[in-house]
Design a protein. Sequence first.
Length: 302
Amino acid sequence: MNYLQIKSLILGGDTYNTAVYFKRLMGEQVHVYFISAIGSDELSKKAKARWQQQALKLDFLQYATNHTLGAYGITLDANGERVFHYDRKNSAAREYFKLDSQHQFLTALQQQQFDYLYFSAISLAIYDDPTKQLLMTAIAQFKQAGGIVIFDSNYRQVLWQSNMQAHYWFRQAFLVADIIFVTNDDHFGVFGDCEQQQLVDFYRAYPQALRVIKQGLDDTIVLQQQTINYYPVTAVAKVIDTTAAGDVFAAGFLAEQILASPCAIAVQTAQQLAAQVITAAGAIVATTVTLKASKQQELNNA
């Protein structure tokens, strides 16, 4: 199989992609904090500058003198599907909670200084198990204080010590989440069987959460308590690069959800954004989709 190398430099990752598109959609209505750690190298400096250009708040950014920005690469096949290559052994982000010696971020979580917390399986995968537990305990306290927890299932096998380890921590995240984003591919990588009915049956076990199941070109499934809705996906003419498709879907869905749009509208906006992103190369690309909730507010105020 022939692979095409992406030429652009990626200074972020899955949660960064979601943060950028979410901020782009919401504008000045919200403050979006990006939580990470960087080194003192030139690539780290470029990353920070890029994040600031995207209007993300970096109040909790940590700095390491003996670590660098975590690196990963993506290659694409002829259909725009991705293969990931990671080098995180010296990543500053892996040391985040050691660098945050005053526990500023953990305290902010516990005191619910944010309204929403969005994290992914990659957010968990880079830490050792004691640090995973530290983070999950703080997230549970955030939830108990009234915060809304969103978990995205982004699964990268190479980042986990074993399938059983991923299995355990995914379930811990599912139990604390108020909104779960999952893809059939991620589910298969961790839990196995992923036929549509098997997915529905599996995620019925987490009725406390709004569960959004993406299946590529097959229907998007949304479970709200015991209600199940299926939303068809419109295929695009040509897929260039699937990087960030799931990340931007989450951004679009959450933006509409926060503004109290019906679930069908949230899915529609999310699907339209993802469709635009996969027809261009790179993770952060130009988009023209705007929030339908904002348009409705304009009509109501007219």
